[in-house]
Design a protein around this ligand. Sequence first.
Ligand code: AVJ
Length: 316
Amino acid sequence: MFASALETQFARDVRAGLTQLEQKTLPCRYLYDNIGSALFEAITFLPEYGLTRADARVIEAHADDLLDTLASDLMIAELGSGSGAKTRTILERARLRQDVVYYPIDVSATALARCAQDLRSLCRVHPLEMSYLDGLREVASRRAPGQRMLVLFLGSTIGNFEPDAAIEFVDSVRQSLAPGDALLLGTDLVKPTARLLDAYDDPTGVTAAFNLNLLGRINRELDGDFDLRQFAHVIRYHEEAQRIEMHLRSRVYQIVSIRKADLIVDFAAGETICTEACHKFYLEQVETMAGAAGFRLEQQWVDEEWGFAENLLVCP
Ligand code: AVJ
């Protein structure tokens, strides 16, 4: 049977994560298969999860201010575009003023196709099914003389990086940019713990399904035999580290085999797999991060209702 490269990478990552001695882990990027992307879309509608609506409110309120700061001939690249819903507002405003080309970059072919279909009536859309930094380098290589680039990294996906890795990532983004280019970075802000716990462990159980689906994906794609009913969705908030963690806790002692990862792994009763870390920010920390990555922080637009900020980082 022919094993695709991606499958093998998935198998390798699962094997590496589940053989960790201290804390078993699974990379959060694997949460987004078709089912996972659909469940995440459902999460964004939950009353308890205000992040995506807050992001959209800030963009609605400040898209013109944003475009006022940028040159006329614009390439807009988006990291992790998903369905592109939030970007629509920026593209609608931009095309009234300038010639715009949009490059959605995403690892999900389904999300990219949907995004391109939804937005191609607004401007030229060139979807790139690539990793963020590879996609950005590709966009930079297509820059015409005098063209400026705006990179969108919305929705606080930056929160999935550990603090040092976040600075490194933002610095890597800057390396594909030229003076005058900009990065619009969405960051979810620190807020009362109770509100965060509700947002990541909603009473409807959508986030629990989103989390458990990762084990279902391993069963489907890597021939695993996880019994999803024997795992529980658990949230932890580390106040000092400003980090929410999603875990899957084993309800009993159990042994799981994952044939395509050539792995048999056991779980003690109560043992967990960490499937995602979501860091929250203070405004000053974003400024520090921008400076450490070689950017100048130009603007911070804040949604007070939920506690979310869009940060405009300009390449000096
Ligand atoms: C897509 C990473 C921004 O951290 O809030 C939502 C993912 N995980 N509910 C977030 C998520 C659980 C989300 N990000």
